[in-house]
Design a protein around this ligand. Structure first.
Ligand SMILES: [Cu+2]
Length: 341
């Protein structure tokens, strides 16, 4: 097959760090100021880097930077725990507390999510309910937020918001959102954001180019607009820990008998071996040794594994003699054939 395309894909896969992609944490499914209710994939450590900056008026044109770092871990339940850390935060201004920590837990259900957390700068227990609905290429989001001690003041605040993503292509989406505190006070503006969301092909990473009037990525930061329009970007990096701990046994060997099944690996963006010969009634076990999702899809469309995550295994029993050519849907240059005798 096209060897230059294949080596490019392999190079990207190898350099693209330690992870599997997951639609639910992807920037293609959320907007700059709404989480979209993502929890990530089981056993995945998530590191997201959100960077915002503003430029002051002439003549100084001072650039002010506000990074928000997110580190989280997805537990076996549809539950993610983690924290955000932002510097140059403006969430608490009197006295100013530039370092903002937010610890949170988020539970996803029915396309939405419930989040509880604690904002250390504001000394506030914060919560968010996300409702999500996908209609064709559009994902619609609505949120309600509760801040027990909003912006470090001794008052409970509530915010509501909504947004949408429009998937233009497997790797490209547009996103926009709007959120506002209920009973805004002088100086508090409604928050808005707009973004071009990109998946980096053949990698588990997504990237966002955004314009917004919010500063930090915490619930408090994302609920209030400020004076200036800010530019920014976000980069998402999932690390699949299950790849390094456990599930090691099946790693040995290429094609061979493993508990009565013939083993095939997906490794380095290729099937190994590419030709599998079995007797009728045999089971073939495919294990994904790469750091991104693959599929095993019959060329004639008669069967399809669906996405197989990094480290995961999929089996199919071939009862009828015949020749079954297959490929990987995201990487059509990955091909193989099962010959059943
Ligand atoms: Cu693939």
């Amino acid at each position: 097959m096209d060897s230059s395309l294949r080596s490019l894909g392999l190079a990207v896969a190898v350099t693209a760090s330690l992870a599997s992609p997951l639609a639910s944490q992807s920037l293609l499914d959320r907007t700059p100021n709404l989480s979209g209710g993502w929890v990530g994939e089981r056993g995945t450590l998530q590191f997201n880097f959100l960077h915002r900056f503003s430029v002051s008026d002439a003549p100084t044109r001072k650039v002010s930077n506000t990074p928000t770092f997110l580190l989280s871990y997805r537990l076996p339940l549809p539950l993610v725990i983690g924290f955000n850390y932002a510097t140059s935060s403006d969430v608490v201004s009197a006295p100013p507390l530039p370092n903002e920590w937010e610890a949170f837990a988020r539970y996803a259900r029915f396309g939405g999510a419930l989040q509880f957390g604690y904002n250390q700068a504001a000394k506030s227990a914060d919560a968010e309910l996300t409702l999500g609905r996908t209609v064709g290429p559009v994902r619609l989001l609505a949120v309600g937020r509760f801040l027990s001690k909003g912006y470090g003041l001794d008052t409970t605040r509530y915010a509501i918001g909504g947004g949408a993503t429009l998937r233009l292509h497997r790797w490209v989406a547009l996103a926009g959102d709007f959120a506002t505190l209920i009973d805004r006070r002088p100086g508090e503006k409604a928050a808005w954001g707009a973004a071009l969301q990109l998946a980096i092909p053949y990698s588990p990473h997504t990237f966002s180019l955004q314009v917004t009037n919010t500063t930090t990525g915490t619930l408090q930061g994302a609920s209030r607009g400020v004076d200036k329009v800010r530019g920014g970007f976000e980069f998402t990096i999932p690390f699949t820990l299950s790849r390094y701990f456990g599930r090691r046994k099946a790693a040995e060997g290429g094609a061979g008998a493993a508990g009565g099944a013939t083993s095939v690996e997906m490794r380095g963006m290729a099937f190994a071996p590419t030709r599998i010969e079995v007797s009728a009634g045999a089971t073939v076990e495919f294990t994904n040794r790469d750091q991104l999702e693959h599929t095993i899809t019959a060329n004639d469309g008669s069967w399809d594994s669906g996405p197989i995550a990094a480290g995961a295994t999929w089996r199919r029993t071939f009862d009828q003699p015949g020749t079954y050519a297959f490929h990987c849907t995201p990487h059509p240059f990955m091909t193989g054939v099962v010959v059943v005798k």
